[in-house]
Design a protein around this ligand. Sequence first.
Ligand SMILES: NC(=O)c1ccc[n+]([C@@H]2O[C@H](COP(=O)([O-])OP(=O)(O)OC[C@H]3O[C@@H](n4cnc5c(N)ncnc54)[C@H](O)[C@@H]3O)[C@@H](O)[C@H]2O)c1
Length: 416
Amino acid sequence: MDKIKVAIIGTGNRTRKVYTPLFKSLNNEIDIVAVCDPNKESCSEYANLLGVKPYYSIKELVNDKIINAALVVCPIDIHYAISVYLSENKIHHLIETSMCSTIEQGQIMVKKAEENNVIMRIAENFFRFPFDRIAREIKKTNFLGEIKRIVCYHDHTGYHNNSRWTYFFEEYPTSVQCIDHTMPTMPHNSMAHRQHTSEKFTSRFFHFPNDKLVIDQAANIKGMLGRTGRPGITSIEGARGAISRWITSNWFGDGEVRYCSNSSLENGAIADEIYPIINEAEKNCWTQTYVDLPSERVTFTNNNYHLSEENIKYTSPGTKNIIRDYYGSALMSAITDFTGAVMRNEDSEFTGEDALMSMMMESGAKESALNHGEAIKLPTNIELEVDKRQLNELEKKNGINPMDVEQIIDQSIARP
Ligand SMILES: NC(=O)c1ccc[n+]([C@@H]2O[C@H](COP(=O)([O-])OP(=O)(O)OC[C@H]3O[C@@H](n4cnc5c(N)ncnc54)[C@H](O)[C@@H]3O)[C@@H](O)[C@H]2O)c1
């Protein structure tokens, strides 16, 4: 297949800062021919930058029949409508994470894509970060015996982490329980326009087949109010050791494999063999992650190394001088996974069904919290109260029924 003719839908922050630097390295696969955003100023400026045609309406873009795929980088409120519209018009699409707002929306997105023979994927990035990549490779060696539990504190409860857990265990959970706790705080701002006077802590328990458990907890994940910074602590617990990662400086962590030898098991079972996880990069881009275990080197090679004349530096809010050298590659991996599926019919690492399960884990956790920790079975087919409330809130916020594709598709949706 020739290069895919692509439109970029949504010309905001993430498009400019994280997608755009990757385009040079992707130009064997994609040919960007248009950009689309109802914000005319932003759209025209970005179209100028790329030297392509601006569209202020998705309907007009689709009517012109110049694309066969789209990268959708818009507010979550509108992911559902855009996905359904693109599927109905036979346009493959990769949508930013999170997938959508309710389980029903996710189910329809998957169904519409299937019915129309369209590839629809979600650009989930967290399970593509180095620690999760190498952790799954280490699991495959069985070095730590059977791994039945993951405990995670203060990384990213929500859609991102849900996807990490199904990626690691390579299966879906069977139920979720969740308890929330809210407490008042000093007034504080997460962004200039977002003020908070309280803080919600959430504690989630995902039960996986064969008695495997993930415990995922966090309050405000931006590390405000002196809370633990990101990526928090992840402990992947096996029969004779653990894969651990802990916070070292904001947004970074160090990881290691902690192993109990036979003599340690007989005398206190304190891990006596520690194997550091090493991340390597060239020109600010992650190349590989490895750990030297006694019998072998376990490696994850980053096949999504991206070139850039400027050696793009992906930094985080508050850590402008620290380079997250893996960040661009994680997104690039989602994009090449998508183009591989479209162009070469390749299997995807994160399918529409996987994306839907992460959505079910999310709504299921919230529903459980609403019901004081009651277990919610997964996958779920019942209409959840939290999803009904979510739809009402979206309708109040945007003034349009979020399920009404035709009405909402060209609306300029504000940032949350
Ligand atoms: N994976 C991650 O870690 C991560 C991080 C940040 C953002 N995101 C996701 O990226 C997406 C975009 O976030 P952002 O920070 O760039 O937001 P943003 O507000 O900066 O940009 C969104 C853009 O979408 C445009 N838009 C609004 N309504 C539209 C419509 N009907 N059709 C086309 N365009 C429309 C807006 O005008 C704006 O230019 C969101 O889905 C968000 O969840 C993911």
